[in-house]
Design a protein around this ligand. Sequence first.
Ligand code: PSU
Ligand code: MN
Length: 296
Amino acid sequence: MIKFSSEVREAEGANKPIVALESTIISHGLPRPRNLEVAREVEEIVRAAGAVPATIALIDGVIHVGLEADQLDRIANDDNVVKASTRDLAIVEATKKSAATTVAATAHIAHFAGISVFATGGLGGVHRGHTYDESADLIALAETPIVIVCAGVKSILDVPGTLERLETFAVPVLGYGTTKFPGFYLTESGYEIEHRVDSVAEIAAIWHNRFELKTADRAVVIANPVVNQMDLKLHNDILESGLKAADSNHVTGKAVTPFLLEYFHTHSKGESLRVNIDIIKANANLAALIAIALNN
Ligand code: PSU
Ligand code: MN
């Protein structure tokens, strides 16, 4: 059912630390041609930190854990690549399409493949003003034992609403060196986190304790704030006009998040892109260090 890249297969056999990486950020989150470059750079960061990257996607209906160079290129540049969440996996497989996987689908596959650590940019969550638009990422976090490193939830979302849902689903949120919940493009979202950790050793201890307490059947969110945030006024102005544009263009369903990210990238003159790339790189590096700590 799963095809492993040679690098990931070798790492699994040798019990080396592995970091899962999602692919929707490549296909639907970052503009071309930077998306492919960033995907490669992020994999390099994981390797340089001492772990093995496993970018996850579906190629012609087959789940791939770890992509070869031509496959990464396809996810980045082929217009026919769809965005797949958990519910789409079996359909994409049956129709032999190629798909990039969201946080939800990537977490599901990573766990399935025996990988415990996953890096992304920002989590999906509850959408502003649309009570029933909640990312399937939330359900996946509630159902998948995996450590997920992110810069909070995307600031295009209802941040307090998403934090409440994470509490409902009993998903622990740990601030990495902070008690301020990060706001994706912004270092702080304005909401507090109860629990702060300052080392990967602490994360590893929490991860292992959860098995003894039988609370290990869901994700642990590591919230890693961006260092150089987007200009606050620029961010708030684009957010306001972007949300209006999404509503007036009647953007719905899985298209909402890509629409808003693209809106930011085109209206911030590269500033949101710079921050988004900083985020994913920092998260990949931290995820690699966590994967190493969990292995020890
Ligand atoms: N983080 C980013 N860019 C992205 C995403 C996350 O920096 O494009 C993607 C992830 O794949 C996440 C998805 O799962 O956005 C959320 O989409 P939705 O709101 O439709 O569930
Ligand atoms: Mn949605």
